[in-house]
Design a protein around this ligand. Sequence first.
Ligand code: DAH
Length: 337
Amino acid sequence: MDPIAQLDEFEQAALHEIAAAADPTALEAVRVKYLGARQGRLKELQSLLGKVGKDEKPVVGKRFNEVKTRVTAALDDRKRALDRPAVAAGGLDVTLPGTPCSLGRRHPLMQTIHEFKDIMGRFGFTAADGPEIEDEFHNFEALNIPLDHPARDPLDNFYLAAAGVATGSGPKLLRSQTSTVQIRVMEKVRPPVRIISVGRVYRPDTIDATHSCMFHQMEGLMVGESVTMAELKTVLRLFARAYLGHDVHIRFRPSFFPFTEPSVEVDMSWNEPNKPWLEIGGAGMVDPHVLSSVGYDPDRVSGFAFGLGVERFCMRRYGIRDIRLFTSNDVRFLRQF
Ligand code: DAH
């Protein structure tokens, strides 16, 4: 028989028996039969090779190697399958690497809030919470914001009654500031007080790259004996440095808030040439009127308070140019954090 035909026949027979081997022992017998080093059929064929004519040699040699490689590979494959019967049966192969699945992660703002709480916790401030649906007393009156104050304008607030929501005792609104939590805490605990409260606030602002109708504030309140503005400045400066790094500068500008006296507006250095400062919130010494309205004695205790915009800190740290990205639900943005 011509050597090429013999090699073809060998290949077919070997592949057939390999596929038919039902267990590792049977497969080993097939291996010995075809590829065995001493009496395997391939060995026989190899001796044939020596006898073919000079012209045929390259062709037959090439085919010989091909067949050997293919049969060896088929043996290895079959061996692997038989060693792991579950896989051969189409079951689960626990030795394969897993299918990667993308893990979720915290929203960048939530990461920021956690970090804020962590930093302020190190300064001895505990986290307090308050409702997002507020009454006018806590959002305005208790904070010394009288009925005729422009901040109470229905056009500047999200009143729920206007939307037809039953509100029970008096009008309710989505809180426009976290300062409400100052009151809620002081109603419950006696001085000394050292709390922060981080959460959402709502204002019908025109939405653009730096304004949103919903954003987050961190409120801070410290009341005790002889608390002064020096502590306020120190806490804010240390906080800003802890979150943004030591090169950030904090600036205080005289201002007015009904619930603090004196009041300041707080700016941080901003990294744009034409915009060296960005306002990050308000602060001041708690107005004695506010202290006495919750039953504290303004002659014995004093305090400072502040309210900062959370988004702006996060935007500065990561170079985020548009506040709308936080609510865009775009994974290309979110995956970066
Ligand atoms: N609540 C103010 C606002 O949203 C910010 C603020 C100013 C908070 C002074 C304070 C403060 O605690 O003392 O504009």
